[in-house]
Design a protein around this ligand. Structure first.
Ligand code: PD2
Ligand code: ZN
Length: 304
């Protein structure tokens, strides 16, 4: 639609009402027609302004009209249908029973459990000694962290994540293997579906800006990434120390803040690669001392 055509059409649709800026049914009909013909909202607004409409009145009219139209169409026609969810890791926890989950003799405490988004906080997933050993193993191998390059499926250094990191191979050492098997049993998900553990170190000022851990299907590099085990469906972030200040893991969609406490871990799962899972999360800036975490991401299928 050209702006001129729209201006003429709007002019005809609402010539009488425009003088006192009254939104008529005729104008509403015209707004719906433009939207259903695929016109960009900016162009519709511009056309109305050119035809003499005050910008605020035009914006209100567009919003009110299109909202009412979506309600009229109902949830199915108004929005694209979401894909069905896939199976995800899920710990055995019955809130009416014990808050301690025994994993082969290692007792993990359930500190918090939330259904939507699916988030659990575990106390004592790792012992103090295991945390210290993970830090010692990872420290000599740290390099500036990379995140996935969405265009190619490769890696890139990303300004949103100002930490240093390294990856262990799955089962690389006895300790790594033991922790991976503990997590697999705790969340009921095959150890083979796990990516290698990643260790990150954040220094003061470092953070991990909010993101989703699944791979966004709209990015061109995603299909290549998914060849190796499908989508990510769950994350466990283990705290290897207690930072002196800052460094919480935040879930902005639901206002949840998980304090980083040595040996504890936050688990969350996502059954589709979609914002509706409410699993947007980030690592808040460290304000004093260092923060060390180990992350285990889990895929739909075996990660080879
Ligand atoms: O270190 C964290 O708190 C954090 C926050 C968000 C880690 C990750 N994401 C991650 O490793 O995916
Ligand atoms: Zn993350």
């Amino acid at each position: 639609m050209s702006t001129d055509t729209a201006a003429t059409a709007t002019g005809q649709a609402a010539a009488g009402a425009r003088a006192n800026q009254t939104v008529t049914d005729e104008l509403r009909k015209w707004i719906i027609e433009q939207a259903e013909a695929g016109c960009r909202p900016d162009d519709v607004l511009q056309a109305m302004k050119t035809a003499g409409w005050d910008e605020d009145v035009a914006l209100d009219a567009m919003e009110e009209t299109l909202r009412a139209r979506l309600d009229e169409l109902g949830p199915r026609k108004g929005r694209a249908a979401l894909p069905p969810g896939v199976p995800v890791p899920n710990p055995d926890y019955d809130e009416g029973k014990s808050p301690v989950i025994d994993v082969d003799g290692h007792r993990v405490r359930v500190v918090m459990s939330m259904a939507d988004p699916r988030v659990m906080v575990f106390g004592g997933l790792l012992t103090e000694e295991e945390c210290d050993q993970m830090v010692a193993l990872a420290a000599p191998r740290l390099a500036r962290s990379e995140t996935v390059d969405n265009a190619t499926g490769g890696s890139e250094v990303n300004a949103a994540r100002t930490s240093d990191g390294m990856f262990f191979e799955r089962g690389e050492t006895g300790l790594v293997d033991k922790i991976e098997r503990r997590i697999a049993k705790l969340v009921n998900w095959p150890v083979e579906n796990g990516e290698g553990v990643q260790v990150l170190r954040y220094r003061p000022g470092a953070e991990y800006k909010p993101h989703h851990d699944y791979f966004d299907p709209v990015h061109p590099g995603t299909s290549r990434i998914l060849e190796r085990g499908g989508q990510r469906v769950g994350t466990v972030v283990m705290y290897l120390n207690t930072p002196e200040g800052g460094g919480a893991t935040t879930f902005p969609d639901v206002g949840l803040v998980v304090a980083p406490v040595k040996g504890n871990a936050v688990f969350f799962s996502y059954d589709k690669a979609h914002v509706s899972t409410k699993t947007l999360h980030g690592g808040a800036p460290v304000t004093a001392g260092e923060k060390w975490v180990a992350t285990k991401w889990m895929r739909e299928r075996e990660f080879k």
